[in-house]
Design a protein around this ligand. Structure first.
Ligand SMILES: [Zn+2]
Length: 374
């Protein structure tokens, strides 16, 4: 404990010294406080997986693995009499539905009903209608039921695109907000060192582009791309008119049990010639979450590599620092992406352009894909 504190003190001292030579935004981006109650999120997850077949069970044991099914053991149900398909329910004929897990097919819209069979993940299903919050599906010439949240509707065009996300949760934090909140919060859990909850961010002098708005524009593009790729995306904010501290933003990622937390920022420097992108993660000796260093660093590296390749910008490096409260409060792998320098007039003009923002977002998404693939 003493050691840790001393170490933290030393780190803080070095960080303070670094502040005078490092770009403005890099030490101003975050803030937050601990919101860490994850029980609600876990409960929701369990609930939505209730009908998904656990991968570690097999055969008839699958039935037993499910809670609340008392009618299964030993009961030999009557042979199913399929109900006729009603024509009016046939309104989804153009959509393609696929199972997003191994899913139980039931004889009635209730978890108390009999399980007809299980369908593997990514099985196409023919949805005929809805009943009591379940989908009616046509299977083997009869009507059965599956839970709505265990199938995904796709249109024909995106059907061929491989879904790399696989339902993993990515939380996106567009840095800053319209109005800064200079009130203080601890730089990490239990720390006596304080930092502004959320700062104003940089502003471009050529176009007047504000960092908070740029971050949001890129964040929303990234949200679209990752959602299309099959990720579950949670945004810390979708408007500029919010007040969310950096530790609170980390709390949102913790509550969502994010597989990756992507924080989007833009940089600033007194030297207007400096350009390029960098990413940030904690050091391996971070007193709050150094155990996440390896994962966060891999995420930071994959995102930086792919962003630079996609946007064709100068690639700086992964900066390891323990000065970011929005990272220090994290219990999940996280990186800050500094997409470029608003203090560089040429880069600022690029950053303001929609198609360049799209390239940045695609590059970040490619990095997320690579992180999960390796
Ligand atoms: Zn920033």
């Amino acid at each position: 404990m003493q050691n840790k504190r001393r170490k933290a003190g030393a780190v803080a001292a070095i960080a303070l010294a670094l502040m005078f030579i490092l770009p403005a935004c890099a030490f101003g981006p975050e803030s937050s406080r601990n919101l860490v109650s994850s029980s609600a999120g876990e409960a929701a997850t369990q609930d939505s997986q209730e009908e998904a077949v656990r991968s570690d069970s097999s055969g008839s044991e699958r039935v037993a693995a499910q809670e609340g099914v008392s009618s299964v053991s030993g009961s030999s149900r009557d042979v199913l009499v399929p109900e006729p398909v009603s024509a009016s329910a046939d309104e989804n004929k153009d959509a393609v539905y696929k199972t997003n897990a191994e899913v139980r097919v039931r004889t009635a819209p209730s978890t108390d009903s009999e399980i007809y069979k299980s369908l593997p993940e990514n099985t196409e299903v023919e949805v005929k209608g809805e009943e009591d919050g379940w989908y009616q599906i046509r299977l083997d010439g009869a009507i059965y039921y599956i839970r709505k949240d265990l199938v995904t509707k796709t249109d024909g065009s995106s059907e061929t695109a491989a879904a790399s996300g696989g339902g993993k949760t990515v939380v996106i934090d567009p840095g800053h907000q319209a109005k800064a909140d200079q009130s203080q919060e601890p730089v990490g859990p239990g720390s006596s060192e304080m930092k502004a909850k959320v700062t104003g961010g940089a502003t471009g002098k050529t176009t007047g582009l504000t960092e908070y708005d740029l971050n949001l524009q890129i964040g929303l593009k990234l949200q679209t791309i990752l959602t299309e790729r099959g990720y579950d995306v949670v945004m810390t904010r979708t408007s500029n008119d919010v007040n969310i501290s950096n530790s609170e933003r980390a709390g949102i990622a913790n509550d969502a049990n994010a597989a990756a937390f992507i924080r989007i920022h833009a940089n600033g420097s007194e030297n207007s010639g400096v350009s390029g992108a960098m990413t940030i993660c904690q050091t391996s000796s971070n007193p709050y979450n150094g155990n996440l260093y390896a994962k966060s660093h891999a995420l930071a590296e994959d995102v930086l590599d792919n962003l630079a390749a996609s946007a064709q910008c100068r690639k700086q490096s992964v900066w390891e620092t323990d000065t970011m409260s929005g990272i220090n409060w994290c219990k999940v792998p996280a990186t800050i992406v500094e997409v470029g320098y608003l203090s560089n007039p040429e880069e600022e003009k690029k950053l303001a352009a929609d198609d360049y923002q799209q390239k940045l977002a695609e590059g970040i998404a490619n990095g997320v894909d690579q992180f999960f693939a390796s």
